[in-house]
Design a protein around this ligand. Structure first.
Ligand code: ADP
Ligand code: MG
Length: 320
């Protein structure tokens, strides 16, 4: 057997007891059987060394993140994750690296009940590309375009931690070690809000996952839906490490424009407030009401705690 197939066999082949996998990886294609009456949600995200992660990032964390960012997209549609494929480009076949990679990958995959059903393995500069597939009710799927004037705006979890973690890793800021640990964890091991996405789907009008920064991603909902938003700056949920910097140094760019948090931003009519608040008890993350939608074409105003509006940072990361 060639080294390539041995590698795939050793690290990426597993026994699944899923009745919806008719042919698993090892053949020309995987063959999957979506349940009758469901639609398929499909998403791809790629991580490239130097662009999405620093060189020397431990491989278990890379694998976690590559899968997490894809599951986060499924979560933002309200989809239930089912299967994924992995296209892996490696400069060399390092056993230790692969072992840790597989551990990180399957720890998250198993916890979310999602199965690796195929992929591609090639040699070249390190990059990981995952395509994840999830199931939706037949006419389901929470879009960016459904938000209505008058809706509330919410966010799961906290904002700005990953961006601060990146700055700490680069040595640009120095944080107390407990704060640094929490922020770096937010950067390297984001928890995709899969359960929250599923639980929220029946109540929300629009949803998106926050990868490029709160303003940029909320902006996508607003331009797709045709509305303006007013956000209360003091309501934005933040880790203490982040809120301290906001308070002491006015670094609103952290929660407003920091990328990589992988939280969900969503809108819902005020009539859903109670239903949404009651979900907090069953979910492992806070759901915070941060503002409201008004008639408009996509503008965002953020109220400063001391009155007036916050001057907004440049929105979002763009590759080109
Ligand atoms: P082909 O030449 O038909 O594209 P490959 O040689 O690329 O097939 O892959 C052989 C089998 O191994 C396929 O079933 C493919 O899905 C699977 N595979 C390859 N790389 C991976 C990977 N990184 N993870 C999971 N399965 C993989
Ligand atoms: Mg191939």
């Amino acid at each position: 057997m060639s080294q390539e197939f041995e590698l795939i066999d050793r690290y990426f082949k597993r026994e699944y007891l899923r009745a919806d996998i008719l042919v698993e990886n090892g053949d020309d294609c995987a063959v999957l059987l979506p349940p009758a009456g469901k639609s398929l949600a499909v998403t791809t995200d790629t991580l490239v060394e130097g662009v999405h992660f620093l060189a020397d990032t431990p491989s278990d964390l890379l694998a976690h993140k590559a899968l997490a960012v894809n599951l986060s997209d499924l979560a933002a549609m309200g989809a239930s994750p089912a299967w994924f494929t992995l296209a892996l480009t490696l400069p060399e076949a390092d056993e230790r690296w692969l072992q840790e990679f597989a551990k990180g990958l399957f720890t998250l995959a198993d916890s979310m009940g999602v199965a690796l059903v195929g992929g591609d393995t090639t040699r070249g500069p390190l990059s990981l590309s995952i395509t994840a597939m999830g199931l939706l009710p037949e006419k389901g799927g929470v879009l960016r375009s459904g938000a209505q004037v008058g809706d509330d705006v919410y966010v799961t979890g906290t904002l700005g931690g990953a961006a601060l973690g990146l700055r700490a890793l680069r040595g640009e800021v120095s944080l107390p070690s407990a704060h640094e640990y929490m922020c770096v964890e937010r950067l390297q091991q984001p928890q995709p809000r899969v359960m929250a996405g599923l639980a929220l789907a029946p109540y929300v009008t629009a949803m998106i996952d926050c990868s490029d920064g709160f303003l940029a991603d909320l902006g996508h909902i607003l331009s797709a839906s045709g509305a303006d938003a007013v956000i209360r700056g003091e309501s934005l949920p933040m880790l203490e490490a982040v809120s301290e910097r906001v308070k002491e140094q006015g670094e609103w760019a952290l929660p407003l424009a920091g990328g990589d948090d992988y939280e969900l931003i969503f809108t819902a009519p005020p009539s859903r407030r109670e239903a949404i608040a009651s979900l907090v008890d069953v979910l492992d993350c806070p759901l915070t009401w941060v503002g409201s939608l008004f008639a408009g074409e996509g503008k965002i105003n953020v109220q400063a705690p001391e009155g007036g509006y916050i001057e907004l940072p440049e929105a979002g990361y763009s590759h080109f």
